[in-house]
Ligand binder design. Structure first.
Ligand code: MTE
Ligand code: MO
Length: 317
């Protein structure tokens, strides 16, 4: 067996008390490898079963770091609507109905409207962007997403001067997602997220409709999700149905669940530890070890640090 107890896992981290309703409290304290070595090492069939996306251009924002295999990325997921274990979304989301689909873009905008998926796919040229993705739990992957800057969609509805933040909401339907209940998942639904308007307008903030050359698999947030590569993965809200421009800071799911541990900003920061584990290093899947150094803003500091000049990043975590 390759499973070993890493040096940074203290006995206190694996003592499960009052963790029944907060899976992340328990799961995150245990390195991903500890629970899923079998998943990561066993061979599987075809990973994606989407539609090929054509006319996708390469983006200068892509990293040259080695991509994670699609098999890992599509079978090691966080999508609590379909179960809280990493291997549940790939099984439970297979019949998720993602067509027809509309995204309502509303609030403090001059031209509120609903976009069909067809309209979203055609709104701007599709780009492949190979981004690092760092989950707050300590694992990371490198994914060739397909999409375009969220700013293209926001500009289409013309934000007014009142708009200072953007609030996002995921699809929620107990018939298709019977586990999407607070008593089962330990978080509220629908899943909600938010960004400051200038963060949302930053070119790196990606509205993603695909990965590995194809449309998104259901477990990765089909048919359209957000990817904010300089922030912890939970800011990348999946299966978007609503985007609302607002004047005040929106509520966010993990902050509502545990404000002490998950802030609004959640920028990747190796110097600000989670209250119960260090964020200095990460487990780059499929590695079994948490030995890969975590970079400030997940390696995107030269592009995004300016958004936070003058802000205390330890206080505004
Ligand atoms: N609606 C919704 N969006 C979500 C989540 C979720 O549970 N529900 N999990 C988040 C977390 S914690 C992470 S790390 C990423 C995982 O994306 P992936 O499974 O495609 O790697 O999705 C984020 N978006
Ligand atoms: Mo995450």
């Amino acid at each position: 067996m390759l499973i070993r107890k890493p040096a940074d896992l203290r006995p206190a981290d694996v003592t499960p008390k009052s963790v029944y309703l907060d899976r992340r409290k328990f799961l995150a304290a245990v390195p991903a490898a500890f629970l899923t070595a079998r998943e990561l090492l066993s061979p599987r069939g075809r990973a994606l079963a989407g539609t090929k996306l054509n006319n996708v251009t390469k983006s200068p924002f892509s990293t040259t770091e080695q991509m994670t295999s699609p098999d890992v990325v599509t079978h090691y997921n966080n999508f609590y609507e379909f179960g809280t274990s990493k291997n549940e979304p790939s099984r439970n989301a297979q019949n998720f109905k993602t067509s027809p689909w509309t995204v309502s873009v509303e609030g403090d905008v001059a031209k509120p409207r609903k976009f069909s998926m067809d309209e979203i796919l055609k709104l701007a040229p599709l780009e492949e962007r190979i981004y690092r993705h760092r989950c707050v739990e300590g694992w990371s992957i490198v994914v060739p997403w397909i999409g375009y800057s969220l700013s293209a969609l926001l500009n289409a509805v013309q934000p007014t001067a009142k708009a200072k933040y953007v609030a996002f909401e995921s699809y929620w339907d107990l018939k298709q997602m019977p586990m999407a209940r607070p008593d089962m998942a330990g978080i509220g639904f629908p899943y909600v997220e938010g960004l400051r308007l200038d963060e949302a307008m930053h070119p790196l903030a990606l509205l993603s409709v695909g990965m590995y050359g194809e449309t998104l698999p259901p477990q990765d947030g089909a048919p359209v999700r957000l990817v904010v590569p300089w922030k912890y993965g939970f800011k990348g809200i999946k299966s978007l149905v609503k985007i609302k421009l607002v004047s005040g800071q929106p509520s966010t799911t993990w902050n509502l669940a545990n404000a002490n541990e998950y802030g609004f900003y959640s920028n990747v920061n190796p110097d600000v530890d989670h209250p119960r584990w260090s964020q200095a290093k990460e487990q780059r899947l499929p590695s079994l070890f948490k030995n890969h150094p975590t970079q400030m803003f997940n390696g995107y500091a030269s592009q995004v640090a300016g958004l936070y000049s003058g802000m205390n990043l330890k206080k505004n975590y």
